[in-house]
Design a protein around this ligand. Structure first.
Ligand code: ARG
Length: 720
């Protein structure tokens, strides 16, 4: 009874978007969706959301760094984003003496702001539909011919719409699985400075234990500023740059809200695959996800042991560790939820229904007889691919050594070009410096041994690189004995030229392919990469292109099957808006989750000295005095810390503004909930929630904990 009911519900949500489901293109909202937003509580016109000519909310939203969202909150280019989005910039700015990760950082005037090297933000200038250009070229084509022509067309359009002299970058995004093509035109600003961040014990309170879970009590925010040249155009850092005057910025509301209030989110969701097939679900739950989780588990344990013991190593590894851990827990949870909610069976039913509909249509009727063949052909090699990328190359040394393959290639070319080799050597020498700065040898040596051993034990023998393990056997012993791999790994670490300045410099002076090939780190990494590239990458490409082809047809068919249905495209790290409501939920029978969490809960979780649940002393004192100032929520008579909404977001949305019906900022989205971790592949309308930090907690941390009233003064506060 229960199963068929949930099946039916998921089926409906898959094909007819509901209020909370959907990552809509702000350009193409359409009357139907806009009207539904109004019905849900939106008080703004669609022009106020997205306008080509006038300033609108979209102008306050930026791509922050490579994979997050940020929003402009002042007339002087101030940005709010998540702490975990600013994490790398915060650790980069930190030293043991000035440990901003641990202690937090606040600029009390602009001169104290810290340039974040390598960080940039991008504004979306406009979007254009270029589908017609693709249709005219691609019509009737299939397979590699189609994908090659498509790629060439994308490159051409990107170049045509870009203007490097103004840092204007255009990127075509194929939507609805290559059935629609929009070009997004961005402008990139490269002088970004760190303005403030809470101590990690606030910004990452609860750590990986609480990650992806509600109830949550994390102050996941950080503050940056965009600088530009005097005329407002993008410029790399120079002392003379001035704060950017933005086209638009979001007012900040400290009025509070209640369960059921309207909430919308603008941002950059990275990827979803809501029309994944049953075969894809199986591949994920059987092979891809468990392999990734098992390999990351080993790597994380090795890193954590070192980080816990040494604050310098902690600073060095923290950012990379956080990234690995985040999706380690995600994919573990995704598998559990996919199985628990029988997503495989649900997708099968969707496919049955499609096949019924497609009967007799030459374009669509064979999709689901071809698809399983493509999966059957790839499946035997899938695990090995994950073991290469998440295992073998999960060792930073092996990964860096693998990048030297270009150098090897250029050295081995007929009539090798000395100038090219020299360039390669210079680039490799630079890259080696960066690698060494981030390298923790103790953990990496363990990772190298463990992942090499796991590959041996878990991967079909005839997919091993030929001769490689025989070599370990003769140098280091029995391949069934873990000690063998430790011995071998120790030897790799002591003998590779990558760790020896003298050896590296000698090699750089007279580069020689044989010397490189004899380097044990290079020999290891390149053996696996070459074996993969020669034998398995071609099969993988065949699989991907077949999968793309069938996916495009499937979606085209679905759109014909449900004519007139308002559909949204899968996330492609392009700007989307999602609307819904602040909303409590029931994670399981007899349990109800409140829509907000408070300072009371922070204190309940507090464990002095703990790695994840410690708190700054000053915070504890302020709470004792109940010094919540204007940020207190009068209804709950406490500081609201986090809240949840039923908005549809995913990774990439981190840092996104949560906006009320009047266009005011009420929070920052920073996570999804555990019960809906299958959201990339199947949206669950009952369980899906977005976890947000309340902007009043953000301001309280800045003002009371950080004492940075200067930042508060810049904001446009909405008090009633
Ligand atoms: N799960 C969050 C996201 O993907 C990241 C949260 C970072 N915090 C952490 N404890 N790792 O956006």
């Amino acid at each position: 009874m229960k199963k068929s009911l949930t099946t039916l519900l998921v089926f409906i949500t898959l094909f007819t978007a509901r209020a909370d489901e959907g990552m809509w293109l702000p350009l193409l909202l359409g009357k139907q969706v806009y009207a539904d937003m109004v019905k849900h509580g939106l008080k703004l016109t669609s022009e106020q959301l997205y306008s080509v000519n006038k300033s609108s909310i979209k102008d306050a939203i930026v791509i922050f760094g490579g994979g997050c969202t940020g929003e402009i909150v002042s007339n002087e280019g101030l940005i709010f984003t998540n702490h975990h989005c600013g994490y790398a910039a915060i650790t980069d700015a930190s030293t043991i003496e000035h440990n901003y990760l641990k202690d937090g950082f606040w600029a009390y005037d602009k001169s104290q702001e810290i340039p974040a090297k390598g960080l940039s933000v991008q504004f979306l200038l406009r979007i254009e539909d270029v589908t017609a250009k693709f249709d005219s070229v691609l019509n009737g084509l299939s397979g590699t011919e189609r994908s090659q022509k498509q790629a060439a067309l994308i490159a051409g359009i990107n170049a045509q719409y870009s203007d490097p002299s103004k840092n204007i970058e255009a990127r075509v995004s194929p939507l609805f699985k290559n059935n629609q093509f929009l070009v997004f035109i961005y402008q990139r600003y490269t002088d970004i400075r760190l303005v403030g961040a809470p101590p990690e014990s606030v910004g990452k309170f609860g750590g990986d234990t609480d990650n992806w879970e509600w109830p949550r009590h994390t102050g996941d925010f950080s503050v940056f500023r965009i600088y530009a040249s005097k005329d407002g155009s993008p410029s790399d850092y120079t002392a003379g740059n001035i704060p950017l005057k933005p086209k638009y910025f979001l007012p900040v509301s400290i009025k509070g809200f209640k369960d059921g209030d309207f909430a919308m989110i603008f941002g950059y969701p990275g990827s979803t695959n809501r029309y994944e097939t049953s075969y894809g679900i199986r591949l994920a739950t059987d092979i891809n996800n468990p392999s990734l989780v098992g390999l990351r588990d080993i790597r994380l344990k090795a890193m954590f042991t070192q980080m816990k013991n040494d604050p310098a190593v902690k600073l060095q590894l923290a950012s990379s560790y956080a990234g690995i851990a985040n999706y380690w827990k995600f994919y573990d949870g995704e598998t559990k939820q996919l199985l628990k909610y029988h997503i495989y069976e649900q997708k099968q039913q969707d496919e049955q229904k499609f096949m019924q509909w497609a009967k007799g249509s030459p374009e669509f009727e064979n999709i689901f007889s071809e698809w399983p063949k493509a999966y059957d052909a790839w499946r035997p090699y899938a695990k090995q691919r994950v073991y290469l990328f998440e295992g073998i190359l999960g060792s930073p040394l092996a990964k860096f050594a693998g990048t030297l393959m270009k150098l090897e290639n250029d050295m081995l070319k007929q009539g090798a070009d000395a100038a090219v080799v020299k360039k390669d050597i210079e680039a490799a020498t630079e890259a080696r410096k960066k690698f060494l700065a981030d390298e923790n040898r103790v953990s990496d040596q363990q990772i190298l041994a463990a992942t090499c051993e796991m590959f041996y034990n878990d991967i079909d023998k005839n997919q091993h690189p030929i001769g490689f393990y025989e070599g370990i056997k003769s140098s280091s012993g029995d391949l069934k004995d873990p000690a063998t791999y430790k011995k071998w790994s120790t030897a790799v670490f002591s003998n590779t030229m990558i760790f020896s300045d003298a050896k590296w410099e000698a090699f750089a002076r007279s580069p020689d392919a044989v010397a490189l090939q004899n380097d044990p780190a290079f020999a290891y990494s390149s053996a696996f990469i070459k074996s993969y590239l020669n034998k398995y990458e071609p099969l993988y490409q065949q699989f991907v292109s077949k999968n793309d082809e069938l996916g495009r047809l499937y979606l085209k068919g679905i759109m014909q099957m449900y004519p007139g249905k308002k559909m949204y495209p899968d996330a492609t790290f392009t700007m989307r808006t999602s609307y819904g409501n602040v909303k409590s939920y029931s994670p399981r029978d007899a349990v109800k989750y409140e829509y907000l969490s408070t300072m009371k809960g922070v204190m309940e979780k507090y464990i002095p000295g703990d790695y994840e649940f410690d708190l700054p002393e000053k915070l504890v004192e302020l709470v004792k005095k109940r010094d919540f100032g204007q940020y207190i929520d009068k209804r709950v008579n406490d500081l609201v810390v986090c809240f949840i909404t039923n908005n549809d977001i995913t990774g990439g949305n981190s840092g996104s503004p949560v906006i009320d019906g009047n266009g005011n900022l009420i929070g920052l989205a920073f996570d999804g909930n555990y019960e809906a971790l299958s959201h990339k592949l199947a949206f669950d309308k009952d369980l899906n929630r977005t976890i947000c930090v309340d902007v009043r907690y953000v301001l309280w941390c800045i003002d009371k904990l950080g004492g940075a009233a200067n930042i508060i003064k810049e904001l446009k506060l909405v008090k009633q």
